[in-house]
Design a protein around this ligand. Structure first.
Ligand code: HEM
Ligand code: 2DC
Length: 469
């Protein structure tokens, strides 16, 4: 017999009281640990209301399958009101990230062809490979300059630059020059703005931004300044390409980048293109860079595994005679490492959908329209789902265990991460070059935890040493 919605365990009756407790637990930065704790207390399903944020939370892959089967024709995520409020406030169009319904679908279908279809990979790979090589050259220089044959540092700033350079070269078909010693201060400002934008978003998940705006709260003002910085820089890049394209005569010989391709295709309005390109540029920095930082951290903690990966890359290089596109087909363990990183250190703490139809999960009835969240961080660490979850073990993704609804770091289905192909290629190419050139080590054996700043970040700097293998 199916039990009613109102019997789902959890704290959902008093949103304001729950918000107060959440705030006392420093929940704005501990969301992932609080979710884990809730699954321990309530079991594999619980209902919750914090402030005005109401959801049903699940953890099992089999339940995730039910959730995604009910996502409907126009899958819809939690509405991040801070982001839509900014656009409404400044009168800017929503891009694919924030659109919904038919408007989302028609834009997404066109973007898919230029950004995530398998055939564009061959255009992206040479561009990304060049950035990877420049990163290696930069580290070489740093090692030489240190005079100690090694370079010990917090790589996060370097990785932000690598990620922005990579995503920009794909979007604009042009280099920004961030692998050089002196970089454009505007680009550095853009990077800083993205971090602030994410950080200021998380409190506004629970407290309506409209309210914060009326009382002139600092978090809202900082958020607006951050988005302003992001849009100004993206506008500059976009205008540049637009101007070049109008001056050009004849068809270009080489791949001109995603933006120019979309402009020439002429299927989306310029305003729609600008909105989505800005989101892609902003979405392409902290996500991949932090995932790469976590991966280097795990490889430093597992030296034998690191050698195994190095051997795989060397063999792939030999077999493909240096053709990078071919190489990417021969590195299953490197790909497993990235999946393993996203399992233990996911960028997104949860995946969510407003379900399009009624469903039954864990024998509870859940009505259409409910926001259902899959606790991705909690699932990745659940011993019922992953054998010895605390072990970083890329080979688990090769064959031995079932993968059914377990590899969800980029989301699922037609609403999954639009930047997925770019992100995967960019990260794989980075690891190939790093493994071929450097050994990664770390000083002491300190565990680094995550902190929630809308995306999950390392709670303290990760210091690594790069030297020659
Ligand atoms: C959406 C993860 C990198 C752009 C998403 C979602 C996740 C995600 C979980 C939500 C998917 C869903 O609801 O099913 C990641 C991870 C990344 C990454 C783990 C890297 C390790 C990127 C990059 C870009 C990007 C590099 C841009 C080039 C986007 C966009 C959306 C999105 C535009 C919204 C798509 C839509 O609503 O249709 N990402 N992402 N992401 N991501 Fe990423
Ligand atoms: C954060 O409870 C926790 O890929 C919330 O590249 C639920 C939630 C909703 C949407 C998620 C967000 C979480 C984490 C960051 C995500 C975002 C959707 C897209 C975004 C996963 C899980 C991200 C990082 C995009 C960002 C694009 C950019 C223009 C801001």
């Amino acid at each position: 017999i199916v039990r009613p919605f109102n019997e789902i365990p959890g704290l959902w009756k008093n949103g304001v009281a729950n918000l107060y407790n959440f705030w006392k637990l420093d929940g704005f930065r501990n969301l992932h640990r609080i979710m884990l704790q809730n699954f321990n207390t309530f079991g594999p399903i619980y209902r919750e209301k914090i402030g005005y944020y109401e959801s049903v939370n699940i953890i099992n892959p089999e339940d995730a399958a039910i959730l995604f089967k009910a996502e409907g024709h126009y899958p819809k995520r939690l509405k991040v009101e801070a982001w839509t409020s900014y656009r409404d406030f400044r009168n800017r169009k929503y891009g694919v990230l924030l659109k919904n319904g038919e408007d989302w679908r028609s834009n997404r279908v066109i973007l898919n062809k230029e950004v995530i279809s398998p055939k564009v990979l061959e255009n992206f790979v040479p561009l990304l490979d060049e950035v990877g090589e420049d990163f290696v050259a930069r580290v070489h220089k740093k090692i030489t300059r240190s005079g100690q044959n090694k370079w010990t540092t917090d790589l996060s700033q370097e990785l932000f630059k690598y990620a922005l350079e990579s995503v920009s070269s794909v979007l604009y078909g042009e280099r920004l020059g961030l692998m050089l010693d002196y970089i454009d201060p505007e680009a550095q400002h853009f990077i800083n703005c993205i971090t602030v934008m994410f950080k200021t978003t998380s409190p506004m998940l629970y407290i309506p931004p409209g309210l914060l705006r009326r009382i002139g709260a600092k978090v809202w003002r900082d958020h607006v300044d951050a988005w302003d910085g992001i849009f100004n820089q993206a506008d500059r890049c976009i205008h540049n390409i637009y101007r070049q394209l109008r001056q050009e005569t004849g068809t270009p010989k080489k791949y001109p980048g995603v933006l120019a391709s979309l402009l020439m295709l002429d299927k989306l309005s310029i305003e729609d293109i600008k909105a989505s390109i800005t989101e892609l540029m902003a979405g392409g920095v902290d996500t991949t860079s932090i995932t790469l930082l976590w991966t280097l951290y795990e490889l430093a903690r597992h030296p034998n595994l690191q050698e195994e990966l190095r051997a795989e890359v060397a063999a792939a290089r030999a077999e493909s005679q240096g053709d990078m596109l071919e190489m990417l087909k021969r590195i299953p363990l490197v790909k497993g490492a990235l999946k393993e990183t996203l399992r233990l250190h996911p960028v997104a703490v949860s995946l969510q959908r407003y379900i399009a139809e009624d469903i039954i999960i864990q024998n509870y009835h859940i009505p259409a329209g409910t926001l259902v969240q899959l606790g991705l961080y909690a699932m990745g660490r659940d011993p019922q789902v992953f054998f010895r979850p605390e072990h970083y073990q890329p080979s688990r993704w090769l064959r031995t265990e079932t993968h059914y609804f377990r590899s969800l770091g980029f989301g699922f289905g037609p609403r999954q991460c639009l930047g997925r192909r770019i992100a995967e290629a960019e990260m794989q190419i980075f690891l190939i070059h790093m493994l071929e050139n450097f050994r990664v080590e770390k000083q002491r054996n300190v565990e680094v935890q995550s902190t929630f700043e809308l995306i999950l970040l390392p709670e303290k700097p990760i210091i690594l040493t790069l030297n020659f293998p």
